[in-house]
Design a protein around this ligand. Structure first.
Ligand code: EPZ
Length: 433
């Protein structure tokens, strides 16, 4: 059992390019979580493979079991779900608040059972994480919303949700996923405009279609769901798509410290903007069908360029922290504009303590001047992606770093220290509690 107080101890490479070997990418956290939620709208048993063994999956399994879903481990990274005995539509408070994706469950529960109660979801400290778009969309589908303290109760009309046209004020990823799952059994057609088009959303829509749902517009920002009574029939095992954010984080580490590293089991097509950004800076990346390789005998020098985070296929906000670490090692003055979340740049102050030259202009923008040598420090990871960024910075730094709060890293990366150790990084997990 991983305690919330575990820490990583990393001995930095001091700028040497010595990592070599193969690092395998696991299934995508942000693809598997909505797929697990979809078990609530499936008849019989639904099996999913390539499931990453991460804390958020364990929490989702706990939530589903608490609702009455039978969760079975078929074998390592293969789980089956049977929702025929769901006995409640109340989401457990304590578990729901530990991860944002719990909010996705409101969609299938409201769509199938006509009601759901839940707390305001938790998640990273990257911003306020409001749920106003969820409440707006559910009201459009005919639901009543009542709020007592931190608890929300949604109730559908007696005959169930009524199909509607929902124009998302922001292309919210989990709101898109929740509305698709809610609309499957609504009366009539639901159109979602300005829908998120991340690969993880498309993977959910493609799974639902394969299980008998009638949805048009997969992969586009306009989804049309034809509501049908009854549950879906998943026909075969559904394989979780590779995690583009794991692959992207490993690619940045390899860009900075690889002698010869190959990243396997990834989907380069989902990483195009990361690959292009690094190539433009001077990183030699060899792209295969499901692999990325970086090799270099001697030192490399990079010329950085600023970037602005943007919904897919633009620069992903979940790659902003690792790429910022890369820019501390590249020549130039580069502005980073985090457009999605208002609290996702606080970690840069810790990079400054390590020796980086980063000036915060406002909650959405920092200026990075590089290259600067980094020194190992004691760091507290504030969220999943900044946590991995600290591992990358610690790997590049001179001296030892201790990264606390690695529960956050374990939320999104399965035993990452074992895979990094295998390519030559001196990293170990210290049980602090
Ligand atoms: C998903 O979060 C991802 N999580 C996040 O990854 C990712 O950073 C984010 O999408 C953006 O790509 C999962 O898929 C489980 P949003 P989500 O709703 O859906 C605002 C990680 O590290 N908003 O697309 O919660 C929101 O504040 C995590 O894996 C509202 O204003 O993000 C943000 O500014 C971190 N009201 C913007 O929309 C709402 O009701 C986009 O957020 C909902 C969202």
């Amino acid at each position: 059992m991983i305690s919330t107080k575990d820490a990583f101890v990393v001995r930095g490479l001091g700028g040497k390019r010595s990592l070599s070997g193969i690092i395998k990418v696991n299934g995508s956290k942000n693809a598997v979580l909505p797929l697990l939620a979809a078990s609530l709208v499936c008849k019989g048993s639904f099996t999913i493979s390539n499931v990453p063994l991460i804390e958020d999956v364990f929490r989702m399994n706990e939530l589903l079991s608490d609702l009455g879903v039978a969760v079975t481990t078929e074998k390592k990274r293969v789980y089956s779900y049977d929702s025929k005995n769901v006995r409640t539509t109340e989401l457990d408070h304590e578990i729901s608040k530990r991860f944002r994706a719990s909010v996705i469950l409101t969609g299938p529960l409201l769509g199938r059972f006509g009601k759901v109660s839940f707390p305001h979801p938790g998640g990273c400290v990257i911003g306020e994480r409001p749920i106003d778009i969820f409440l707006y969309g559910y009201k459009k589908l005919g639901a009543e919303v009542s709020e007592t303290g931190d608890e929300f109760l949604l109730t559908a009309p007696r005959g169930g949700l009524i199909g509607a046209s929902i124009f998302l004020p922001l292309p919210s990823v989990t709101a898109t996923e929740a509305f698709v799952l809610a609309a499957l059994q609504a009366k009539g057609i639901t159109t979602i405009k300005n829908a998120a088009v991340e690969p993880e959303v498309t993977s959910l829509v493609e799974f639902l279609i394969s299980a008998g749902a009638s949805i048009k517009g997969a992969g586009t920002s306009t989804l049309e769901i034809h509501g049908k009574k009854g549950l879906l029939n998943p026909r075969n095992i559904y394989k979780t798509i590779p995690d583009r954010l794991e692959a992207g984080g490993f690619l940045v580490l390899a860009a900075l410290a690889a002698k010869d590293v190959t990243i396997t089991n990834c989907e380069p097509e989902h990483l195009e903007i990361i690959i292009e950004t690094l190539r433009r800076a001077g990183v030699p990346i060899e792209v295969g069908k499901s692999t990325l390789r970086i090799r270099s005998e001697g030192q490399l020098s990079f010329i950085g360029s600023g970037f602005k985070t943007h919904e897919y296929p633009g620069f992903p906000t979940d790659m902003q922290a690792p790429m910022t670490v890369f820019l501390t090692q590249a020549k130039g003055e580069n502005l980073i504009f985090e457009t999605i979340f208002e609290g996702r740049l606080a970690y840069t102050q810790d990079l400054v303590r390590m020796g980086a030259d980063i000036t915060m202009w406002d909650p959405h923008r920092v200026m990075v001047k590089g290259p600067r040598k980094l020194k190992g420090k004691v760091l507290d990871g504030p969220d999943i992606r900044a946590g991995l960024a600290f591992v990358i910075a610690a790997a590049v730094a001179k001296g030892q770093s201790v990264i606390n709060n690695i529960y956050y890293i374990d939320r999104g990366y399965e035993r990452v220290e074992e895979r990094l150790k295998a390519i030559g990084l001196d990293i170990s997990r210290v049980i602090v509690s």
